[in-house]
Design a binder for this molecule. Sequence first.
Ligand code: FAD
Ligand code: SF4
Length: 511
Amino acid sequence: KKTLRLILGDQLNAKHSWFSEKNENVVYFMAEMKQETNYVKHHIQKVVAFFLSMRNFSESLQKDGHQVIYYNLDDEKNQQDLVANLKQIIKEENIEAFEYQLPDEFRLDKQLRDFCEEIELETKSVDTEHFYTQRKDVAKFFEGKKEMTMEYFYRDMRKKHEIMMLDAKKPEGGQWNFDKSNRKKWTGKPEIPPHKNFKKNVSEIIELLQKENIETIGRIEANNFSWPTSREECLEVLDYFCKKLLVHFGDYEDAMHTDEKFLFHSRLSFAMNTKMLSPKEIIDTTLDYYYEHKDEIDISQVEGFVRQILGWREFMRGIYWKEMPEYKQLNALGNTNKLPDFYWTGKTKMNCMSHAINQSLDEAHAHHIQRLMVTGNFALLTMVDPDQVDEWYLGVYIDAIEWVELTNTRGMSQFADGGIVATKPYVSSGSYINKMSNYCKSCHYSVSKKEGEKACPFNNLYWNFLYKNQEKFKNNQRMGMMMNLLKKMNKDTLNNHIQRSEEIIKNPDAF
Ligand code: FAD
Ligand code: SF4
């Protein structure tokens, strides 16, 4: 039977069993489409990285002897819509069967399910063969449990996949989690190796986007494109991570610095989220390197990395498939404020925000703590509408695909899911940011001040947030200590926090 197989832009898994044999009756289809460039305003580097990676993937399939139909964005035949393109090809190529890999996004999953119901061909969906877990595994694991604690899921995954285990029950190093040792501030040492930059010239794709009037956000240097866009380049990034960065990964996982954007982070999220690399091959390669260099690398560095991928990444995907589509509408705290304009320009006097935002606009990347405790923290403290927060995160980051963006943003960062992902809101005053970074040293505001024009805005906003949400948090045990401090706070002090917060929230772009 003549079969059409669809490959989506984030399904670039060269190791998929589909490709293990060539079949002249199978045609693969890939397309750059406005449906995908326009569902949210993406960072220009994100669109460039996706298109380049898709093109490389298609070329390597063709080199291996597979038949591929590839639509460039400006291809005359391109209908710019997935279903319209599929229908056209089915007709043109006399297709008798249609197959697709299960999408990770609800939106595409629905579109393809509806399409399959509509057409009169034989249809089949297959696994992407990428994740450790299936869509519903996390839901099954937590069935009947009151809380979904990531840590228990992570331990189960370690056991199930025999990762860093001494025997069936005992974790290597005698403990499951070395999170407590992952909290060092970086103060200039140890030296951070220069980050891997492929310095590609991408002017052709930039011109294509301009010609097709694709609206994007963020900045790009046409001849200095740093991201990996082929499997070979992704493997180079992984190798670089193991050899140069792993040794201090855990220690400085939460650190931030004005001179160093990436510190010891792997920057592998794009490679993984497009499936050019699998989580298993990243974990296996990292562990192999660690076991060969055990005298140089401490277990805590490695465990922290494994936990992010084996634990958090799979957990977030499971929550997405457990909770969607309702999850996308959740707004447990009823937040409705507008996202400040400076999220799109980087123009703010708050040094931490300026660094985290400008870095996001320059690089399409910020690391976890910048996303969570700087930009996410500020959006939550100023009670911004989670739809607007999602729109920003989904657009700005190179690795932002809804299944992992939404759960991290709406869930972990904005507490809009009312505690499904996180047991308490990730909010803090300026002191946390000061503890983990050097941002405050060169800031217009003073992190130690709580009153007056120079007071760090986070200091006022934090108490105002707790005050405004006290009813909602009164039964949250993990908030108990802070709520008690709030109760005991001097009235004038509290009023000052509230008043200044109202000024900030009314006109955040003035701060
Ligand atoms: P590293 O620090 O080197 O970590 C290694 C890998 O662990 C990452 O590549 C990633 O695959 C995985 N990982 C780490 N933390 C998480 C997490 N919380 N959830 C899922 N995987 C994780 N990650 C995305 O991939 N896409 C997103 O759209 C995204 N949006 C986020 C939004 C917010 C508000 C927050 C707080 C976090 C978000 N994250 C997202 C998680 C995390 O910030 C990024 O995965 C990480 O910064 C990517 O950079 P890295 O590859 O250098 O990560
Ligand atoms: Fe950010 Fe406040 Fe520190 Fe300035 S003083 S960098 S606003 S935490």
